[in-house]
Design a protein around this ligand. Structure first.
Ligand code: HEC
Length: 177
């Protein structure tokens, strides 16, 4: 039995020790890589679901996603997914700046379902009481489900494997909750 952990660490354990599907130990949960970012770790003792191997990204889907990104996202998130300068600061009108989607941002802290919802609903999904607002448009009905999935695949294709592993584990964790 092989478990793929955040950080690209691959841990092989005997099958009988994982018969209950609980792994890995809480002490091996990924820690936040960026200072000041919230940890995506579960509280100690929370069982982590079995994580299937990291999927291989489809080259045609990446190519479609790159086109969708250039046409719809690059004006705010940057041609090279670099985000706006000083993106952690807010604009004078209190609007949030567009974060990067490369590995220097925090897109990879969220599982697929959260990211797809963010793209579908845009800034309207954010609660009123968070001290700012987002000008990101909603893409539900503008892009097809296939295009939204493809743009996410393109974004993932720019991340190193250890970053992708953490995001993949988070995707699985969100799905079983
Ligand atoms: C008009 C500018 C604008 C456009 C166009 C735009 N975004 Fe955004 N986006 C933002 C801003 C500002 C934020 C930060 C506030 C928020 O979360 O809504 C954001 C946040 C996000 C997030 C959440 C990231 C996180 O880590 O929480 C995702 C995912 C995202 N954008 C994807 C996209 C994709 C994919 C496209 C193109 C299909 C796109 N955005 C187009 C401005 C934009």
């Amino acid at each position: 039995m092989v478990f793929i952990l955040g950080g690209g660490l691959i841990l092989a354990v005997a099958c009988q020790s994982s018969a209950n599907g609980i792994s890995p130990p809480a002490t091996m949960q990924p820690e936040p890589i960026l200072p000041g970012m919230p940890s995506i770790s579960e509280p100690a003792g929370t069982p982590t679901p079995k994580v299937p191997p990291l999927p291989i990204l489809d080259a045609d889907e990446i190519a479609l996603g790159r086109r969708v990104y250039t046409d719809n996202c690059a004006e705010c998130h940057g041609e090279n997914l670099e985000g706006e300068s000083d993106w952690k600061k807010q604009n004078e009108d209190n609007s949030f700046r567009s974060p990067p989607h490369d590995a220097s941002g925090h897109t990879w802290h969220h599982g697929d379902d959260v990211l797809i919802e963010s793209i579908e609903l845009g800034g309207a999904r954010l609660p009123d009481n968070i001290g700012g607002f987002s000008k990101m448009p909603a893409f539900e009905g503008v892009l097809t489900d296939e295009e939204i999935a493809a743009v996410l695949t393109y974004i993932k294709s720019t991340w190193p494997d250890d970053t992708r592993n953490i995001q993949w584990e988070q995707t699985i964790r969100e799905q079983v909750q």
